[in-house]
Design a protein. Structure first.
Length: 140
């Protein structure tokens, strides 16, 4: 895929801190919103995941803040899968203003949890490939 998947978000006033900046915890919410949005855009909603007996989990997240955001700012939250071998995958995300100014980079390690066994599935790629109607969104 040439351009990463992204969703638009408008920073709301109640998401800001006492200094008028977007509260640091809200960056995580924006990243989570984009991750669920890419799943849904690929036809993989909660009901499809539950029917397969799996659920996505985040195992690690790192945020690098670059520029502040304030109420009313329009941003794009991008989302791109990075596949390796094994039970986990990486998600690379950016939060950027409409003019392209980078506000934050979010990197996550995720997996698919077998909801009965309570363990990560051995090949999350195969689950996503079987569930999606648009494998390109997953970088497959």
């Amino acid at each position: 895929m040439s351009e990463p998947y992204s969703v638009p978000v408008t920073v709301r006033g109640y998401e800001t801190d006492a200094l008028g900046h977007l509260n640091q915890s809200v960056y995580l919410q924006y990243a989570e919103h984009a991750r669920w949005s890419i799943l849904q855009a690929a036809g993989v909603g909660p009901s499809e995941l539950l029917a397969k007996g799996v659920g996505p989990v985040v195992l690690e997240t790192t945020i690098r803040y670059a520029r502040e955001l304030r109420a009313g700012d329009e941003v794009a939250v991008s989302c791109a899968f990075e596949w390796g071998d094994g039970k986990t995958f990486r998600m690379a995300q950016t939060i950027a203003k409409a003019d392209g100014t980078l506000s934050a980079e979010v990197r996550s390690v995720g997996g698919l949890l077998d909801l009965q066994e309570r363990r990560l599935v051995s090949d999350p790629r195969s689950y996503f490939r079987a569930l999606t109607n648009d494998p390109e969104l997953f970088g497959l």
